[in-house]
Every structure is written in structure tokens, then in C-alpha cells.
Design a binder for this molecule. Structure first.
Ligand SMILES: [Zn+2]
Length: 197
């Protein structure tokens, strides 16, 4: 799946499963869903796919930066949370960097596309900011589920070498565009339902 398709579904999932009250809650759900949904593709190295992965990671980083900036301007709960248990935050941050290094150096659809990778990344983010870790897990899970439909399998049970896939469609084929539209439509629907109903 292309990165914007992953982001669309990641946002749809986090907007559906989280209690949302303030505009900041919405921003938090959107940015965490986006970050979680693109983390797995830090292992992409092929130049054409790398460009797409970088686009998704940039979009997620911008959404996160906006959310943090809005939080800093409003009530600074992010800063309070990060400094409340600073030792845990530091360990979580160090683990996150280590997992990223392992992920970047791993073959595509290996460690980062596995249950182990998903659990480790989410746990590290949970140590940094618990709510963000949980929401990223939702986004990450949506990435793994969407990639399972591709023709090239995932090493879902890494370090086991067996690849798993449903082989339904190609990464950037017509199905990807349909899923992307569906993901953004679901995100918009979840946003409207949560905001007005
Ligand atoms: Zn992927």
C-alpha cells in the first residue's frame, strides 16, 4: 500500500476508537494514527518506494508537530506528561531510536512488519507518552492488516522466515487508490460523527 493510503486508514481507526472531546483530542488522534500507520515502512530502501515512504513520514511528522505546537499553546499537557516520569520517557526514547535503527537496517517487510516489531515500537512509544503509544498501535495494526492484502508477503511472525500474505492486489494498483479514497472517506465520516453526533 502507498503511504497516503496507510495514513488514511490509520486516521480512520484512531478517530473511530478513541473518546474525543476537544479539538486537541481530534488532532492527537489524527497525528498518532498517521505516525503509527507509517512507522513500519522505515524499512523501505528501493528508491521509488522510498520516496513514497518519505512523503508519508513527512506528512505524519507535520501533523504531529502541529498537534504538539497546539498543545504547547493551550495547556502543555504533553510537556507535563513527558517530564512526569522522565526516566521512563528517556528509556522509551532510547528504545524507540534503537528499534528505528534495527528497522532501517532490516529487509523490507521483515522486523517492522511483524507482531514483535509492532509490539516493541508501541511499547517504546507507550513509555514516552502512554496515550500516544496506544493510538499508534491502532495505526500500526491498520498498516500490517492492509499490507497483508498485498502480493508480497510479510514476515508477520519474525524472526520466523515464513512470509504471510493474502495476495489480493499490487502495492500501487487500482485497489490502492480505492482503499485510499475509502480510508479518507471513513476518516471524514468518523470526524463528523465524533464532532456532531
Ligand atoms: Zn508496509
Amino acid at each position: 500500500m502507498m503511504s497516503l493510503t496507510h495514513i488514511a486508514f490509520g486516521m480512520a481507526v484512531t478517530l473511530s476508537f478513541r473518546e474525543l472531546e476537544s479539538p486537541l483530542d481530534f488532532a492527537f488522534a489524527i497525528s498518532a494514527g498517521a505516525v503509527g500507520s507509517v512507522l513500519a515502512d522505515i524499512d523501505v530502501i528501493k528508491s521509488n518506494k522510498r520516496k513514497d515512504a518519505l512523503l508519508g513520514q513527512s506528512v505524519a511528522a507535520i501533523l504531529l508537530a502541529f498537534t504538539v505546537a497546539a498543545n504547547l499553546l493551550k495547556d502543555r499537557t504533553v510537556i507535563r506528561q513527558l517530564t512526569r516520569h522522565s526516566a521512563v520517557t528517556l528509556v522509551g526514547s532510547a528504545l524507540f531510536v534503537i528499534f528505528c535503527i534495527i528497522g532501517v537496517r532490516s529487509p523490507h517487510r521483515g522486523f517492522t512488519h511483524s507482531v514483535v516489531g509492532m509490539a516493541l515500537f508501541s511499547a517504546a512509544l507507550y513509555m514516552i507518552y502512554p496515550l500516544f503509544g496506544v493510538l499508534c498501535l491502532y495505526g500500526y495494526l491498520s498498516h500490517i492488516l492492509l499490507d497483508l492484502f498485498n502480493k508480497r508477503g510479510l514476515r508477520l511472525f519474525w524472526p520466523c522466515k515464513k512470509r504471510v500474505c493474502l495476495g489480493a492486489y499490487k502495492v500501487d494498483g487500482a485497489a490502492d487508490k480505492v482503499f485510499r479514497l475509502l480510508g479518507f472517506a471513513l476518516s471524514a465520516a468518523a470526524l463528523i460523527v465524533r464532532a456532531y453526533i
